[in-house]
Structure formats: C-alpha cells, structure tokens
Design a binder for this molecule. Structure first.
Ligand SMILES: [Zn+2]
Length: 86
C-alpha cells in the first residue's frame, strides 16, 4: 500500500513528509498517512490529490517569481510556510 505514495518508507512505517521541509521522517505511512510535524493526513487518494495541488501551486508561484525576478530562495520559503498549520 505504501508504494502508492511514491515515498521512501522506512521499515517502521515512517517517511519524510513531502509537504513541509522534513529532515527527519515524521510522516507515518500505512493505509493512510499522517505527518506528526505539520499535521497533514488522509488516504492514498487524498495524498495524490494533495501532491498534485502542491505541484500546481508550486508551478504558479514559481512562474510568478520568475516573471518578477524574485530569487528562488524566497519561493522555496513560501512553499515551506504553506505546509505549516494544516
Ligand atoms: Zn509534514
């Protein structure tokens, strides 16, 4: 089941959370997923939808930044902040 998440899941069922800047694997993945650091969670379908949403938003922010000549670091900060509090 965990393969459908496309994450490197460790033997104890945890993985690095792709929704925030995770340095330690704090996301628990089994039939559902839940990140103890930023609080995201749901099932595999929800995960896929969320990844797609994140990708789309990243593209949008990135394009916006490129057009305004904003540096890449700021975009990445923005993406990290977005992952918090959800
Ligand atoms: Zn997280």
């Amino acid at each position: 089941m965990a393969e459908s998440y496309g994450l490197h899941v460790r033997r104890n069922g945890t993985a690095c959370c792709p929704f925030h800047d995770d340095r330690h694997p704090r996301m628990k993945v089994d039939k559902n997923y839940h990140c103890f650091a930023c609080g995201v969670g749901g099932d595999a379908i929800d995960y896929t939808a969320r990844m797609y949403e994140l990708y789309e938003e990243f593209q949008r922010i990135y394009d916006e930044a490129a057009s305004r000549d904003v540096d890449k670091g700021k975009v990445e900060d923005k993406m990290r902040n977005r992952g918090r509090g959800r």
